[in-house]
Design a binder for this molecule. Structure first.
Ligand SMILES: Cc1cc2nc3c(=O)[nH]c(=O)nc-3n(C[C@H](O)[C@H](O)[C@H](O)COP(=O)(O)OP(=O)(O)OC[C@H]3O[C@@H](n4cnc5c(N)ncnc54)[C@H](O)[C@@H]3O)c2cc1C
Ligand code: FES
Length: 283
């Protein structure tokens, strides 16, 4: 190659080359979801709400949310649901095995939007996994925020994720944690029964100083947003975490494109004011 020419092969290798992460802890969370704590060669340096591309050589690669708060060490926490080819292979791995990790990717949540505000988290099902990366730093320093409310819902008691965390967060001064299931399905459950949207109309939300962060199935967004709008919360006060099919994670393949936005780079966390006109984004 001549001097001054761009080495595209080297650039591509740097973009797509995964680091090797060792699985140091695996915990069974539900029948479908497992918690993984990984050790990387060096800290990933992520922000809340970012994701990483996780791979197994010869099998494939998928975007997976980073579930821990920002941390200085070289550890990383994730929860992986067994749904298909790659995730089935990952569920077959043991502690000591390795995974490929590249990232962190995406915009994530900016904590500056949350300091000094009343914070409401709304998590539906697996949505608690990415939101946890923001909940952890907020719950760690409650004096830097106003009232903190977490509404966390899932299908039934067996599907609830991070039970120990939910219990601990409910003891944080100034924090309220509302735990719901759609139905108990005859399992023991001492919290609320209903949809994640049910408690929202009764929440005393100050329209001036409330900020909402939410992640869940698309059907949840429509009803949550209607309720928040009825409480006079503006689109600049609402942050949504959207999952779109992704392949490259770095704005090159177009898989995650929504008009002019690339979910992998501009998102997956969006301030609602940024995507308000993009109705398909919320479907
Ligand atoms: C930003 C982002 C963050 C994510 N975070 C997590 C996470 O923290 N934990 C987790 O378990 N999963 C997460 N996912 C979903 C995860 O990427 C997919 O479940 C994974 O790609 C499936 O790979 P597979 O090869 O096992 O399944 P495949 O064999 O490819 O597919 C199996 C089934 O899953 C469906 N599927 C595949 N990709 C997706 C997708 N992106 N969204 C919804 N359904 C899909 C397929 O249609 C098919 O029905 C996230 C996705 C995105 C975009
Ligand atoms: S995943 Fe390739 S452009 Fe977003």
């Amino acid at each position: 190659m001549n001097q001054g020419q761009t080495d595209y092969a080297a650039l591509a290798a740097a973009t797509y080359l995964p680091a090797t992460a060792k699985i140091v802890e695996i915990r069974e969370m539900t029948a479908r979801e497992r918690y993984y704590r990984l050790e990387l060669p060096q800290p990933l340096g992520h922000r809340p709400g970012q994701f990483a591309m996780v791979s197994v050589l010869g099998v494939g690669e998928a975007p997976i949310s980073i579930s821990c708060g920002p941390r200085d060490d070289n550890q990383l926490e994730m929860v992986i649901r067994n749904v298909g080819r790659l995730t089935r292979v990952i569920h077959g791995l043991k502690e000591g095995d390795t995974l490929g990790i590249r990232g962190p990717y995406g915009s994530g949540f900016d904590l500056d939007h949350f300091y000094g505000k009343d914070v409401v988290f709304i998590a539906g099902g697996l949505g608690l996994v990415p939101l946890r990366s923001l909940i952890i730093p907020v719950m760690a320093e409650p004096s830097r925020f106003g009232a903190v409310t977490l509404v966390s819902g899932c299908r039934n008691p067996a599907e609830e994720l991070f039970r120990e965390d939910l219990k601990q967060w409910s003891q944080v001064p100034g924090a309220t944690v509302i735990r719901l299931v759609d139905a108990t399905e005859n399992m023991p459950w001492k919290f609320d029964v209903g949809l994640v949207i049910d408690p929202l109309p009764k929440l005393p939300l100050d329209p001036v100083k409330t900020v909402v962060a939410m992640c869940g199935p698309p059907v949840m967004y429509k009803f949550v947003l209607m309720t928040l709008q009825a409480k006079n919360l503006g689109p600049e006060q609402i942050f949504v975490d959207l999952e779109r099919r992704m392949k490259c994670g770095v704005g090159k393949c177009g898989h995650c494109q929504m008009n002019h936005l690339y979910c992998c780079q501009d998102g997956p966390v969006f301030q609602l004011s940024r995507i308000g006109a993009l109705k398909e984004a919320l479907r």
